[in-house]
Ligand binder design. Structure first.
Ligand code: 5GP
Length: 362
């Protein structure tokens, strides 16, 4: 097995509906085609298309949401996404999703999230911990196997925590509803809030009350920041001092300075940035400057399904493109432990996992 696959990895920026297997999406599209809800031949090529601009990506998400937004499907895709990450040795996953309401099928934001949690419970091929309160206790349905000394050597293990995303199309009230839901679901592995969605839509001031409320309540916050040129918003986001930011592409000199001073960790999504043409070539990716400045960084997939990538692939890509060796990539992955939103017990477990893997590194 290649080292970028076998080494333990930490995924901190993965959107649930962007991480679905192509085969699952096609199957769902075929079923809706048969029911006459969509025309399968119209959507097949859209799903299979390889490179998409950022605008096209958001159009694809509207289609994906038609295919996936029912309780049963959400449970299925959550299970599959977690099992896929675990299969490539992701040992900690922060999975983010936007709770959605659909009155026509009796879906509330709450029931949407219950279906997601059901998907975590349904994971069977690997051992999973997702419940902060039950970690390392005999009660936890899925962590029982994690404590089984026999299984430990054979079965893959993954810690999963959830982030609830606020979509930039939402109103202040809808954003606050999402934060309240996150607070209610803290016992079920929800640790924070993400701001995402089409970056040319919505205004910072709309989301600020919800984000301030979340911050006050002790939820962790990560923001999609600088995906399109918008100096004023980038400044306001950095001033807000989120625990992490995603992307950080369109920054001016002053914002780079502010970011480096603030030491806010950046979730780097190489393939996503290249495929959406947010960055013209990997050679000029800001990863290099931030890495050389020893700025806190973590490699992530963004949307492994939509961009046909995997976290292992992101490590391989960074290693090849930036001339970094196996040990440097291992250290980069291990550094991610510091930026996770889960508690000390999980951090300690991850330290042990990486220590044990380090002994096998040659
Ligand atoms: P979901 O929240 O439905 O599970 O995952 C898909 C959603 O995540 C998209 O509709 C969009 O709101 C958000 N998303 C996925 N990828 C990106 C990205 O690269 N940038 C931004 N700003 N939002 C994204």
């Amino acid at each position: 097995m290649k080292w970028w696959v076998s080494m333990p990895k930490i995924e901190l920026h993965a959107h649930l509906n962007g991480s679905i297997r192509d085969s699952t999406l096609l199957e769902l599209a075929r079923v809706l085609g048969e029911k006459g809800v969509i025309v399968f031949s119209d959507v097949e090529h859209v799903i299979m298309k390889n490179d998409r601009s950022l605008g096209e990506v958001f159009k694809l998400f509207d289609l994906i949401h038609i295919l996936t937004t029912d309780h049963k499907t959400l449970t299925r895709i959550t299970k599959e996404v977690v099992e896929d990450f675990a299969s490539e040795n992701v040992v900690y996953l922060e999975l983010r999703t936007t709770p959605k309401k659909n009155d026509s099928i009796g879906m509330s934001k709450h029931s949407y999230m219950e279906a997601v949690v059901e998907g975590l419970r349904a994971v069977t091929t690997v051992d999973i911990d997702f419940d902060s309160h039950k970690f390392n206790t005999q009660d936890s349905l899925n962590s029982i196997a994690m404590n089984d000394a026999c299984d430990r050597t054979k079965r893959k293990r993954i810690h999963v925590r959830l982030l609830l995303s606020i979509d930039r199309r939402e109103t202040t009230e809808a954003a606050i509803e999402t934060v309240k839901l996150a607070l209610e679901m803290r016992d079920l592995g929800v640790v924070g809030i993400d701001l995402s969605g089409n970056p040319v839509v919505g205004e910072w001031k709309t989301f600020l009350p919800a984000l301030k409320f979340a911050q006050k309540q002790g939820l962790y916050i990560t923001l999609h920041c600088g995906e399109v040129p918008n100096c004023q918003e980038v400044q306001l986001m950095l001033d807000f001092l989120p625990q992490r930011i995603g992307h950080a592409i369109f920054f001016e000199e002053e914002e780079w300075r502010q970011l480096k001073t603030s030491k806010i960790p950046v979730e780097i999504c190489l393939t996503s940035n290249i495929k959406t043409e947010s960055i013209s070539s990997i050679d000029i990716h800001h990863f290099v400057d931030l890495y050389n400045a020893k700025h806190p960084l973590v490699l992530c997939t963004d949307d492994a399904g939509v961009f046909s990538t995997s976290l292992s692939n992101e490590y391989k890509l960074a290693s090849t493109a930036f001339g970094l060796g196996k040990r440097e990539m291992f250290e980069l992955a291990r550094n991610g432990i510091e930026f996770i939103f889960a508690g000390d017990e999980v951090k300690q477990d991850l330290v042990e996992t990486f220590d044990s893997a380090a002994k096998k590194l040659n």
